[in-house]
Ligand binder design. Sequence first.
Ligand SMILES: C[S@@+](CC[C@H](N)C(=O)[O-])C[C@H]1O[C@@H](n2cnc3c(N)ncnc32)[C@H](O)[C@@H]1O
Length: 269
Amino acid sequence: MEDYKHYFESNRQLWNKRTPLHRQSAFYNVDAFVAGQTSLNNIELEELGDVQGKALLHLQCHFGQDTLSWARQGANATGIDLSDASIEEARRLNQQLGLDAKFVQSNVYDLKENLQGQFDIVFTSYGTIGWLPDLEQWSDIINHFLKPGGTFYMVEFHPVAWMFDDDFKEIAYPYHNTYTPIVTETEQSYTDGSSHEKLTEYGWNHSLGEVVSSLTAKGLQLEFLHEFPYSPYNNFRHMEQGADGYWRIKHLGSKIPLLYSIKVNKPKN
Ligand SMILES: C[S@@+](CC[C@H](N)C(=O)[O-])C[C@H]1O[C@@H](n2cnc3c(N)ncnc32)[C@H](O)[C@@H]1O
């Protein structure tokens, strides 16, 4: 990971700048969350199921709303994130809500040095693995932190969606991971009211084959891989909300996948 250090540092600064803007955005709607509304979507709530009494590790938790939502559902939750500003805000919310989630500032790749223990569930969602260059080491971390018999669940934006330019008019990026970062100069995040100074973000696209094979190569057993032609968020340009409440690219409708979810289980021994 030494070669990627500069990219991680740039991404950490980007997420530190974005955290206070996201905290105030209607997109993240912290007031509703504080008042008791879950930040989780039906997809992950239904597909992951009962977390009551389970030790849950949330990778790339941002400022902790989803981690704290799992804690409200009875999980013994730990969230980790690269951004120190995000972790500070997550700890503040945890205290404000009187919950007992734990938050650790760490790069996913350094987690063995920064966190002890094993978990019944490892969870990650919506906009996470695109910040990671190498899934072999990512799946090794997941396997390391899963108890025998434990479950890893993820729901993520589809690699086909990341192939398009911002306007979803042309194919601009490769489907497969080239390990060379996709570099974007940005002054805007995906939430409302989130203009910031010009910052550089470094990302990587991961094909479904790369994701699934990285997990199964560690001995994790695939329970399902689901694909969805919609997103629960208005997070790309030119989206419109359907009668089902989900968002699609207006001029593409349900022609392309926007999400996928994966559940894998670690054998009992
Ligand atoms: C889109 S956000 C998290 C998604 C979550 N669904 C949300 O919206 O709150 C992506 C998060 O990944 C974190 N991140 C990026 N690269 C990381 C890395 N190498 N290790 C740990 N966290 C990382 C960022 O700091 C950011 O908080």
